[in-house]
Design a binder for this molecule. Structure first.
Ligand code: ATP
Ligand code: MG
Length: 303
């Protein structure tokens, strides 16, 4: 794609992710239908896949500039119930980018060392460097999700008892809001994604994991058991998004029952974030141009 085609593509894609962007506390989870595909139908699937492929190459170009410019960093945070498709989104959307400019971290159950620290410690260590795209597959947001749904996790965190009050979740939200404000003021651009899958679609995907031998490795009996807490999770997600969606660090609540649609929306949102930065290759100084000309001459004159 040439630079005009890239510009046109970015312009067209701009509006695509907007209906799913949340920037304040007015958000209600019931307003997002996991099955939603906007006005696209299954027949549009091939075009959506084609657009995603174009998106991937545009993203690669933007990432190259991000890397060369070495000023901004981008942090993409993914949260979802199991089998919502986090891994697939990360794999497909980032498939064209240079691995050197991309850092992916998966945050699983915390280690003993993690539990000996404040709740954001393990994630703070993984904030991307300038010029890079960092991806958090789960994040400190688990501290207001799984830890809220299962109080026994909170008990393992060795917090002084007088600090564990009914306000703890609001206090965590506040800590997160301040942290994200701090990061954005330091040139780290944040976009957060909740892949919103329905309980029904999750059941279907779990059954596929059981029935298709090559998917067996993905199935965990514990994931299926977590379905008993579905409503608690949805409440925790809604509260979390309401309390941590801001203009500088927006959430995208992405319908996740149709994988092709989820991937296209996430790609559009990431492209939108990068293209809002006015990225460009570093300008070459006069001295540098002279140096290049001299080097060229020397190379041509030599053997
Ligand atoms: P996969 O899709 O491969 O299963 P995953 O992200 O679900 O990927 P798991 O190996 O299942 O990976 O580990 C993630 C588990 O760790 C989740 O159940 C999650 O809730 C849990 N977890 C993450 N952060 C925390 C935390 N801070 N405290 C307790 N549990 C956590
Ligand atoms: Mg899992």
């Amino acid at each position: 794609m040439n630079s005009k085609e890239i510009k046109d593509f970015i312009k067209k894609g701009r509006k695509f992710a907007k209906p799913f962007r949340v920037t304040d506390d007015s958000f209600r989870l019931k307003d997002i239908d996991p099955e939603d595909t906007l006005d696209l139908t299954a027949e549009d699937k091939p075009q959506a896949k084609e657009a995603l492929a174009m998106g991937v190459s545009v993203l690669a170009e933007l990432q190259n500039m991000l890397y060369a410019q070495d000023q901004w960093a981008v942090l993409l945070i993914f949260q979802a119930m199991d089998a919502a498709g986090k891994d697939g989104v990360i794999k497909h959307v980032m498939s064209g980018v240079n691995p050197q400019g991309c850092q992916v971290y998966s945050f699983k159950a915390p280690s003993d060392e993690d539990l000996d620290h404040d709740f954001m410690w393990r994630c703070i260590k993984r904030v991307p460097e300038r010029g890079r795209i960092g991806i958090f597959n789960r994040s400190y947001y688990e501290e207001t999700l799984v830890v809220r749904v299962h109080r026994e996790f909170l008990e393992k965190q060795k917090l002084p008892p007088e600090l564990v009050t009914k306000d703890i979740w609001q206090e965590r939200f506040q800590g997160i809001r301040h942290f994200e404000r701090y990061l954005t003021r330091n040139g780290i651009v944040i976009r957060k994604f909740f892949l919103h899958v329905s309980k029904k679609e999750q059941k279907k995907r779990f059954l596929e994991r059981i029935e298709e031998p090559e998917k067996n490795w993905k199935f965990s009996a514990n994931d299926a058991k977590e379905r008993e807490h579905w409503d608690d999770y949805m409440e925790a997600y809604e509260d979390m998004i309401q309390n941590t969606a801001t203009k500088h660090a927006p959430w995208h609540v992405v319908p996740a029952d149709n994988k092709w649609f989820t991937r296209a929306i996430v790609a559009a949102a990431v492209i939108e974030a990068l293209s809002s930065l006015d990225l460009h290759y570093p300008k070459v100084s006069k001295e540098k141009l002279k140096e290049l000309a001299a080097a060229r001459k020397a190379l041509l004159a030599g053997k």
